[in-house]
Each structure stands twice: as structure tokens, then as C-alpha cells.
Design a protein around this ligand. Structure first.
Ligand code: URA
Length: 203
């Protein structure tokens, strides 16, 4: 698809998404719309809502560090979330709004939108960050990132097969420092797989 058509179709999809989830704090996908690599996170947080872009907060900082390993500019990637609005709840103790984990219902309600978005971008490889996008992409709700991380897989989205590379969520390193080495190793494996694809970064 030519870039203008992708842009128009994405805009239409985003318009429909915003109509569907009117009352939510929405952050849409961002980046190169014809990128050969799509990165999918879980859902935006407070910082992302404030800036209107995915992965700009603490998890984004970690993600940037790892993207550097790929020697690809972040501008050459398309980054989105499995759920494109902040998952929030009120903490009754502090009366503050805090993030909440995604439920299976959240994932299912957003799956169709995510799959349509992927078809429009039509990447050569999909990189999922953590359990939520892995479930959303594989439609396997028993799957676990602990078993799949760092290995090249395939996923079938409405009959089209894509290469899939599951990674831990970069925020998991904030809570579990011992994952940092594992994450670094997985990024090196991803780099090898990306090099094999001989991707075109100057479309
Ligand atoms: N974590 C995510 O999964 N996505 C974001 O956009 C930010 C943090």
C-alpha cells in the first residue's frame, strides 16, 4: 500500500477507535507508518497521556536504551499499544488515580483494532512487550512471556502470517533488575533476526 493510503486508512481507524472509546484517555500508535518493525506495548500510562505518545515515561526510557542495541532510530519504528487508553482506577486509600492491570475483557475488546492496525502497517516483524500484547496478538490467553521471550515465533492474524518476537515489558526491569541481562540478551537475538531480514529503512 502506498504511504498516503496507509495514512488515510489509519486516520479512519483512529477516528472510529476514538468514537468507540469516547470516555477514555486515548494514546494512538506513533512512528513510521510503513515501518518493517512494529513494537506493541500494553497500555499508555500517565506520562503517555500527558504527551499523547506511547512509551515516553520511565518504561519508554528503558525501551530507548534497548532500541539503541538494534542500531535503528526510534523514528524508523512504529510503536503502539494493545490497549490504546490508560487503564486506571482510584486508589481508595490515597484517592489518587493509578494504573490497573489489563483484564481479558480489555484485551478482547481491543484485539480487533490492534489487528486492523497491524494489517495496515504490514510489518515484516512484530515485537511484543510483555504478556498483554503477546496474548492480544496470538489470541492465546494461556501463553506466558516467561516461556516465549527472546525466540522468533509466528502469528496468524486473520489468515496473514507475521513474524513475532516476544520480549519482556521494559517496565519489568524497573521492578526486577535481574531481568536486565535477560532483556539485553533477547535484544541481541532480535538484532540477529532483524539483520537476517535485510530490512529497508529508507522507504
Ligand atoms: N507502558 C506501555 O505498555 N505502553 C506505554 O505506552 C507506556 C508504558
Amino acid at each position: 500500500m502506498i504511504k498516503n493510503t496507509i495514512q488515510n486508512n489509519l486516520e479512519q481507524l483512529c477516528y472510529e477507535y476514538v468514537q468507540e472509546f469516547k470516555d477514555k484517555e486515548i494514546v494512538l500508535g506513533y512512528g513510521r507508518i510503513d515501518s518493517p518493525i512494529v513494537i506493541i506495548g500494553e497500555a499508555p500510562g500517565k506520562d503517555e497521556v500527558k504527551q499523547g505518545k506511547p512509551f515516553v515515561g520511565a518504561a519508554g526510557k528503558n525501551l530507548n536504551e534497548f532500541i539503541e542495541v538494534l542500531k535503528i532510530s526510534r523514528d524508523d519504528l512504529y510503536i503502539t499499544n494493545a490497549i490504546k487508553y490508560r487503564l486506571r482506577r482510584l486508589n481508595p486509600k490515597t484517592q489518587r488515580v493509578v494504573n490497573r492491570p489489563a483484564t481479558m475483557k480489555d484485551i478482547k475488546e481491543n484485539q480487533i483494532w490492534l489487528h486492523k492496525e497491524i494489517h495496515l502497517i504490514n510489518p515484516q516483524i512484530i515485537v511484543t512487550l510483555g504478556n498483554v500484547p503477546l496474548k492480544a496478538i496470538t489470541n492465546d490467553f494461556g501463553i506466558s512471556i516467561g516461556d516465549m521471550h527472546g525466540t522468533l515465533q509466528e502469528c496468524n492474524l486473520s489468515g496473514k502470517v507475521y513474524k513475532l518476537f516476544p520480549l519482556y515489558h521494559p517496565a519489568s526491569i524497573i521492578y526486577n533488575r535481574s531481568l536486565k541481562d535477560v532483556y539485553g540478551q533477547d535484544m541481541l537475538t532480535l538484532k540477529q533476526e532483524v539483520n537476517k531480514l535485510d530490512l529497508n529503512f529508507s522507504k
